[in-house]
Design a protein around this ligand. Structure first.
Ligand code: NAD
Length: 331
């Protein structure tokens, strides 16, 4: 995956995934959708994310363990598969740790293009971990955002981001409030398994678009309740976000709009320069489906990847026993 991304360039990869997201969100009603399964422990969660059309099926295995860095492992790690739903034959088994960072950044931009002010030039990035550079590059390359103010409670993380993206206009700030002040777009991408309040209502300015990525599990939020009442809240798949998103802290009938409705009817999106828009992102299986579809297309087009012996190919498909060499010799 890293070779593919280096060869094609991150911008091309992000554009490719955004294109697939646009295609798939536009045919939302043709998807078989389900909220992901999540197996929790006190340190984190392992999730399975399936989705399909009538023809293709995809799933992702992904974890979320904010303290994993203490054991030399990432907070988020993933792999997944894309298969033919008509036969069940898997066509692609793929790494998805790097791919998740790309698809999450692509999703952020896909949504911001629908909801943020088109002339947005400055973004605050709160949380400078694994996802952060991908977010910044996506907003810079695909949305023309030129100025980034960043903050992380871990100064090493902010310094790492600054080092990796030295060619961009980045200001490392001393606090969330300093980073957020005057921003057109605010992206929160922190990891802590608690009800955090990274953003509070007093920090929100007219016209801001909030891209809240890190609150994605029961008991793990980033936005104070008074942020969620500042503007209209947009979600990927309502049944999943009610449980996992920042809106888990709101009443069950708190109004939200699913993103696909904005594609269908743009008046469901931003209508004035001054309103606040809030994307309560948790990550939905359809986005991984789109990303895997793009990877498969690239593998076919540019001959990446290699065949692996995962499924049996047998001269007599009913003779699994014989093919497996289990028939005892009588001599
Ligand atoms: P990471 O652990 O690499 O980085 C998280 C960073 O947040 C760390 O550098 C940490 O120091 C910082 N942080 C924690 N508390 C903070 C605070 N109060 N203020 C400022 N910074 C703070 O994690 P990552 O891989 O970058 O993922 C970030 C979050 O995004 C995770 O919670 C993950 O579950 C979530 N995520 C969501 C999606 C989605 O689709 N919505 C996709 C991928 C990851």
């Amino acid at each position: 995956m890293a070779r593919l991304v280096r060869d094609l360039g991150l911008k091309t990869c992000l554009e490719g995934v955004v294109e697939k997201l646009e295609e798939d969100y536009s045919r939302w009603e043709t998807f078989q959708k389900v909220a992901r399964t999540a197996n929790h422990c006190d340190l984190g969660v392992v999730e399975l994310m399936p989705s399909s059309t009538d023809e293709e099926f995809a799933f992702k295995y992904v974890n979320g363990h904010p303290k994993n860095y203490l054991q030399g492992m990432s907070t988020v790690m993933a792999f997944g598969a894309l298969s033919d739903l008509r036969t069940g034959w898997p066509n692609l088994l793929s790494e998805m740790t790097l791919l998740t960072a790309i698809r999450t950044a692509a999703t952020s931009v896909f949504v911001a293009k629908l909801l943020a002010r088109p002339n947005s030039r400055r973004m605050a990035m709160i949380g400078c971990g694994s996802q952060s550079e991908f977010q910044i590059v996506a907003f810079n390359e695909l949305m023309g955002v030129r100025e980034f103010t960043v903050f992380d409670t871990d100064p090493h993380a902010a310094a790492k981001l600054n080092r990796n993206l030295g060619h961009l206009n980045i200001t490392v700030c001393e606090s969330t409030a300093e980073a957020v002040s005057g921003a057109d777009i605010v992206t929160t991408c922190t990891a802590d398994k608690l009800r955090a309040t990274i953003l509070t209502g007093d920090l929100i300015e007219p016209g801001m678009h909030i891209n809240a990525i890190g609150g994605d599990c029961p008991g793990k939020t980033e936005l104070a309740a008074d942020v969620l009442t500042k503007g209209r809240v947009y979600v990927e798949y309502e049944p999943q976000t009610r449980v996992e998103g920042d809106i888990q802290q709101m009443p069950a009938d708190f109004p939200v709009t699913e993103l696909w409705r904005v594609l269908e009817r743009p008046s469901e999106g931003r209508t004035t320069e001054t309103e606040v828009t809030i994307f309560d992102s948790v990550g939905f299986a359809l986005e991984d489906f789109s990303a895997l579809r793009w990877v498969y297309q690239m593998c076919q087009r540019h001959a990446y990847g290699e065949p692996i012996d995962l499924m049996p190919i047998m001269p007599d498909v009913k003779d699994l026993y014989g093919h497996s060499g289990l028939v005892l010799s009588l001599v």
